[in-house]
Design a protein around this ligand. Structure first.
Ligand code: GLN
Length: 204
């Protein structure tokens, strides 16, 4: 049986790194650039990058609506950094449009513009001890509503959340080899592949 196919939004940002990270875990990947690329996927990745640019390109390519339908279909979704911003219910600094599928509030560049980047220890009961996350002009989660599980924190702040089939990180697990967060997403995809939800089956 062939490995499940995961689509990676490839309009802007570090989609290449996501493909390499998921392929290292045995998944097949396809770049999403047009609506036709959404057919037959078993998972979707929204990569890191610049969320404002992604919003503009989603409109230019006519992808805003078709991608939204795929994101709402119940497929496993993995969103990092700018990808998380695209899914958050409320976006601040400045406010901007989003798919509002994750019941969280994010502040863009919420860790300050001086310290753009760094690798920090994560506090988590579900990730292996010593797991770190690389933050690059990361959004800060300032509010998490019920129904959204916090899987990891940095300095007390939530930085990894899961809401049903959606896993979202403020940091960049795709930059590390076989990061446990990428492995968790791969496991979500394989589980759903084993028992496809009706909505996911309709995407085939
Ligand atoms: N600062 C970016 C934004 O607001 C996100 C940064 C990232 O994805 N590494 O969209």
């Amino acid at each position: 049986m062939s490995e499940p196919l995961v689509g990676v939004l490839a309009l802007q940002g570090d989609f290449d790194e996501h493909e390499v990270a998921l392929q290292a875990l045995g998944l097949r990947t396809r770049q999403i650039r047009r609506a036709a690329d959404l057919v037959g996927l078993r998972g979707i990745v929204l990569p890191g990058g610049e969320s404002t640019t992604m919003l503009r390109l989603l409109d230019v390519e006519g992808l805003w609506e078709p991608l939204g339908a795929a994101l709402r279909s119940g497929l496993p979704v993995f969103a990092t950094c700018a990808g998380m911003i695209l899914l958050a219910a409320r976006v601040e600094n400045p406010q901007q449009r989003s798919y509002a599928l994750l019941p969280i509030t994010v502040v863009r560049n919420g860790y300050g513009r001086q310290l753009h980047s760094g690798t920090f220890a994560l506090e988590s009961t579900v990730l292996p001890a010593g797991t770190t996350g690389t933050f690059i002009r990361a959004p800060r989660i300032t509010h998490v509503d019920g129904g959204c599980e916090v899987l990891a924190r940095r300095g007390g702040d939530p930085v990894l959340v899961q809401c049903g089939p959606i896993l979202a990180a403020c940091f960049h697990p795709e930059l590390a080899l076989r990061h446990p967060v990428c492995a968790r997403f791969a496991a979500m995809v394989r589980e759903q592949e084993a028992a496809p939800a009706p909505a996911a089956a309709m995407m085939a």
